[in-house]
Write a protein that binds this ligand. Structure first.
Ligand code: 7TS
Length: 429
């Protein structure tokens, strides 16, 4: 097979099922997720913790089961049938993910354990090869720890400086001074497409263009966008993009780094070992070509194949339809939640955000809110959501968060709101 960039790539069993953007049939979708039929403490589960991790449809569970029952073998090594089949399925999943994000060819998609590992790969490999004392990396105040800590480690090691795009009170980025923050020494601009706390959808293309104008590379943390809306790396024009499979109906243990081929080609390996080499001698080695140069050791084979099935499912549902449904549900949730006494929603208006709502409720600790809701079988997240600096920015230690996906309904939002009224009663607010 030939990727759009003209590179030969061997991937069999790829099929595209791009669907039209029609409204979601949520009840049919719900029937595809066995876990949604379970009860918690004798009540039907209301799962509103999708920003942390999504549930998995039967198609993904079947794919994993089938893989282990019929195919299970190591990839890229054996000449036996099972190994060849495993390799074909593993590489076909890569090709599907590559097409899903509009990559020019599958060679640009590196499997990682998750988005966190993908960012660390960039920091360790690209960062250590390219950044010197006095260079700058620009991030934002709303980043997940995954897009902060690897750069802090690098800053301490290399003497590079970190700068941050501030967050306004309403949860949007303050972009007025972006040109000043992007200095001639800024080598990388890393930011999230959507805040996992305040839900803000950032203007990725505008920010990317500004970064490039200043001569910086752009790394997009797409953990909260790739699962929920159409994303095309070539259209966005970013240089690196990362995301996690478990947030997009896929298994845990699989994620991806997409990078421009010429940049990835110039980067040294991240980890050394089997599979990432072409030749090994006692004192020196030569690296494998992309994408395998960055995939040392036996990879997460079943998980990658499972992620391929998840992407096929998302394509059938339609990403534009998923995005619209989540926005409608979020607008509804924000309106209903604002009826709850003492509840304060963090972040911008519904039309500027994706499918999640973080909030504080009087002086009730978010963990108490989450525990009380859990008693009603409603799963939300409480804490700093791995974005402690953003909470510091707001002068709070923690928040509670309801986050939606394609299988959530207005009825579930109603149950959440009813639950929140109960919390108000319990804590006598
Ligand atoms: N970036 C963003 C924007 C995220 O939301 C997350 C996970 C990550 C990076 C890291 O993903 P991982 O799969 O590598 O762990 N966010 C959350 C969350 O909001 N609650 O739990 C995990």
């Amino acid at each position: 097979m030939k990727g759009a960039c003209g590179e030969e790539y061997d991937a069999t069993m790829t099929q595209s099922t791009h669907s039209q953007s029609t409204a979601l049939d949520v009840s049919a979708i719900r029937a595809d997720f066995p876990i949604l039929a379970r009860q918690v403490r004798g009540r039907p589960l209301v799962y509103l913790d999708n920003a942390a991790s999504s549930q998995k449809p039967q198609a993904v569970l079947d794919t994993l089961d089938r893989y282990y029952r019929q195919t299970n073998a190591n990839v890229h090594r054996g000449v036996h049938t099972l190994s060849e089949e495993a390799t074909a399925q593993y590489e076909a999943a890569r090709a599907r993910v590559s097409e899903f994000i509009g990559a020019c060819c599958p060679k640009e998609v590196i499997w990682t354990r998750n988005a966190t590992e993908a960012i660390n790969l960039v920091a360790y490999s690209w960062g250590r090869a390219n950044l010197q004392r006095g260079d700058r990396v620009l991030l934002t105040e709303m980043e997940h720890h995954a897009n902060l800590v690897p750069w802090q480690i690098l800053a301490a090691e290399r003497g590079i400086e970190l700068d941050f795009v501030p967050v306004a009170d309403n949860g949007t980025l303050v972009l007025d001074n972006l040109d000043r923050l992007l200095t001639p020494r800024t080598r990388l601009f890393g930011f999230t497409a959507m805040s996992n706390v305040v839900g803000t959808l950032n203007p990725v293309k505008e920010m990317t263009a500004a970064g490039h104008k200043a001569g910086a590379l752009v790394l997009l943390d797409a953990c909260q966008s790739v699962p929920h809306m159409p994303v095309d790396v070539q259209d966005l024009d970013v240089d690196f993009m990362v995301f996690s499979g478990h947030k997009m109906l896929g298994p845990t243990g699989i994620g991806a780094l997409w990078g421009r081929r010429e940049i990835l080609n110039a980067m040294p390996p991240f980890m050394g070992g089997g599979d990432m080499i072409r030749e090994v001698h006692l004192r020196e080695s030569r690296w494998n070509e992309l994408p395998w140069k960055f995939e040392a050791g036996t990879p997460a084979i079943a998980q990658a194949i499972g992620l391929g099935a998840a992407v096929a499912y998302l394509e059938r549902a339609g990403l534009a339809a998923i995005h619209q449904a989540e926005r409608d549900l979020t607008a509804y949730a924000m309106q209903r939640m604002s009826e709850v006494e003492g509840l304060r929603i963090l972040g911008p208006a519904a039309d500027q955000r994706g499918g999640l709502v973080s909030f504080v409720l009087g002086d009730v600790h978010p963990h108490d809110i989450a525990a009380a809701l859990d008693g009603m079988a409603i799963a939300i997240r409480a804490g700093h959501h791995c974005a402690q600096p953003l909470h510091e920015r707001y002068g709070i230690a923690a928040s509670a968060r309801a986050s939606f996906y394609l299988y959530n309904t207005k009825e579930e939002v109603d149950m959440l709101v009813k639950g929140l009224h109960k919390v108000v009663e319990i804590f006598a607010l």
